[in-house]
Design a protein around this ligand. Structure first.
Ligand SMILES: Nc1ncnc2c1ncn2[C@@H]1O[C@H](COP(=O)(O)OP(=O)(O)OP(=O)(O)O)[C@@H](O)[C@H]1O
Ligand SMILES: [Mg+2]
Length: 333
């Protein structure tokens, strides 16, 4: 396999006769043997990209190779090298966990004895042994996600596409799934992971691309992205919107990033959390304003967006002048 497990060049994908530009000139180079993160809010084009790379959907223009094979001209070869765990778990509700995995193996024309052994091993690896013979209708959301991922692994694919694998999971199930993904990569698998969460990308992905409205708005390592936006977010809350808006003006010069005001809460991305906090508190106190809440937190994907685009990822009041923007917002709403 080449240096890149996945190479996508200038991918454009439109829908509804060009009204919706789901992907607008996206180029990706996913190195072999690591987790590559595709971040973006709802409707940014993540699933569309995964579907194109998985040969489910064809690009309107541009080209892509997966494991060195062209997604349009050699879809069968591509499929033999990939596993896909989609956004909605695709397990058959009326089959048991074991039967689901066996079915996937047989659909892939794999040797029967291999499929049985591999299915048992995967169920064991993913903590589903006890539930192996239960109908999956009775599985929890976390169990379904794990089974869906197991199904993607039956054929031992060297490249795995995971589309928001932990959305909707509780914190423990997320951690469990992260551990599973890390072990897969240690074993040599390449993972293209989509997510809406910076903490997830941060934990798993060595390199990241951030999408907004189908366009790449940032890329690099998570450390680079964070450095670009400041290390911490200072959150201040007040008893009234009036107080909050006065303080926003008062502390505006403490960061080169805009302070975001929502109701009675101010959020500001800052480079030196403790020092800026101390400064802000002195000014607030000096102005005789009472603080009702204070926190410092890690930046989230929302902060990346706010800083990169000047608007919140889901802010409906911001006019979207790009073609199809209004449609995209309606679809997202
Ligand atoms: N089959 C389709 N027909 C029309 N529009 C589509 C179709 N598939 C996707 N879109 C639009 O393309 C844009 C990108 O959608 P996509 O599903 O790729 O986003 P996403 O980043 O995966 O979002 P989410 O986080 O909600 O899963 C959206 O505006 C969506 O409405
Ligand atoms: Mg999606």
């Amino acid at each position: 396999m080449s240096e890149f497990a996945v190479e996508a060049l200038n991918i454009v994908r439109t829908f509804n006769d060009g009204d919706v530009r789901a992907l607008d000139d996206v180029t990706l180079h996913v190195p072999t043997g690591q987790v590559f993160g595709l971040l973006g809010p709802n409707g940014s084009g993540k699933t569309t990209m995964v579907r194109i790379l998985a040969t489910i959907l064809s690009p309107s223009s541009g080209s892509a190779t997966v494991a060195g094979y062209d997604v349009v001209k050699q879809p069968n070869q591509v499929r033999r090298h990939i596993g896909l765990a989609g956004q909605n778990a695709t397990v058959d509700e009326n089959l048991t966990g074991f039967e689901n995995l066996r079915m996937v193996g047989l659909l892939n024309h794999l040797n029967k004895a291999y499929v049985v052994a591999k299915s048992r091993q995967l169920l064991d690896d993913f903590g589903l042994s006890d539930a192996a013979n239960r109908i999956t209708k009775t599985y929890s959301g976390g169990m379904r996600r794990r089974l869906d991922l197991a199904a993607a692994l039956v054929a031992n694919p060297p490249i795995l596409f995971l589309d928001e694998p932990t959305t909707g999971l509780d914190p423990q199930s997320r951690q469990d799934l992260w551990g599973i993904i890390e072990r897969l990569v240690e074993g040599g698998t390449t993972v293209l992971l989509t997510t809406q969460y910076l903490d997830e990308a941060d934990r798993l992905a060595r390199q990241l691309v951030v999408l907004d409205h189908g366009k790449i708005i940032a890329q690099g390592t998570s450390a680079q992205l964070k450095a670009q936006m400041g290390a911490t977010v200072l959150v201040l809350s007040f008893a009234s919107t009036d107080d909050a808006s006065r303080v926003r003006t008062l502390i505006a010069d403490l960061s080169d990033k805009p302070a975001n005001l929502e109701g009675t809460v101010i959020e500001m991305t800052v480079d030196n959390g403790p020092a800026v906090t101390a400064d802000a508190l002195r000014r607030i106190d000096g102005a005789g304003i009472a603080l009702s809440g204070l926190a410092l937190r890690e930046p989230s994907l929302d902060d990346v967006f706010l800083n990169l685009t000047g608007h919140k990822a889901e802010d409906p009041t911001v006019e979207d002048a790009t073609p199809g923007g209004r449609q995209r917002r309606r679809a997202r709403a």
